[in-house]
Design a protein around this ligand. Structure first.
Ligand code: ADP
Ligand code: MG
Length: 256
């Protein structure tokens, strides 16, 4: 059965999409069968997987509102060797439509149905909010991966996110847990980053992933080539970190 993970943080620009795309490609490179679900109307995970969001016939929007099945809407990422349930601006309107539909928090869960057997990992790139879209992700996931920068304000936002995850766990999805915090865009030369990183380890223990993803421009350049960073420049420090993170996740799921 597939293990389903949300990559979530209600802040924007913290590395959710970069983590989703590169973890998907890293897992695929390690021989895992992966589906990446883009739940953000910006469609960055779609584009970063080499799929043009402007020319989609069907997308995750159609799946959520019941106009298409997962099998009809998913596309293969040749660049990343994984499947994508893509997104574009259509998804921005879904929020309003979902409110009126039955099982509104469970639309994605219901759509995944029996597809759990087709994949080893299903990764969900969440939008930067604790919206009904994110809730749909959290309701079908086994766990949450939280990418974060080691900055002072990162810790502040973290408690909101942790509280939301606790509420979903209590009321909607007993399977849900926080798998771990992933330190991204890390620059060891910045003292504050080292301090925050050490605080995270103290406070959250083994909920902090071993892998540290450095700030690396090759990861930022890759999407403009329609490629995951781990494919664009496999030897770069950023790519190597995400390949290590994929291995860490493969290890981690054995203990869940
Ligand atoms: P989010 O999905 O949380 O909004 P993104 O993954 O889109 O965040 O990242 C925000 C910006 O930071 C993007 O321009 C991305 O290319 C860049 N970025 C993300 N991770 C790194 C990194 N490790 N090194 C350098 N740039 C990064
Ligand atoms: Mg994003």
């Amino acid at each position: 059965m597939a293990r389903i993970f949300c990559i979530a943080n209600q802040k924007g620009g913290v590395g959710k999409t970069t983590t989703s795309v590169n973890l998907a490609a890293g897992l695929a490179a390690a021989g895992q069968r992966v589906l990446l679900i883009d739940l953000d109307p910006q469609g960055n995970a779609t584009m970063g997987s080499g799929i043009d969001k402007r020319s989609l016939g069907r997308s995750v929007y159609h799946v959520l509102v019941g106009l298409a099945t997962l099998a009809e809407a998913r596309v293969a990422s040749a660049a990343g060797k994984y499947d994508v349930l893509p997104a574009n601006r259509d998804l921005a309107g879904a929020e309003v439509e979902l409110v009126a539909l039955p099982r509104r928090e469970n639309r994605l869960r219901d759509a995944l149905g029996s597809h759990g057997d087709t994949y080893d990992f299903i990764l969900i790139d969440c939008p930067p909010s604790l919206s009904l879209l994110t809730l749909n992700g959290l309701c079908c996931a086994h766990g949450v991966i939280i990418p974060m920068q080691c900055e002072y304000y990162a810790l502040e936002g973290l408690s909101d996110l942790v509280n939301s995850i606790k509420k979903v766990h209590a009321n909607l999805n007993r399977d849900l847990k926080i798998i771990g915090l992933l330190r991204v865009m890390f620059d060891p030369r910045v003292t504050l980053q080292q301090q925050v990183s050490a605080q995270l380890e103290q406070h959250f223990g083994d909920k902090v992933f071993r892998t540290l993803v450095p700030r690396n421009v090759r990861l930022a350049e890759a999407p403009s080539h329609g490629l995951p960073g781990v494919v664009f420049d496999r030897g770069s420090k950023g790519a190597q970190a995400y390949l290590a993170f994929a291995e860490e996740m493969i290890e981690r799921i054995k203990t869940l």
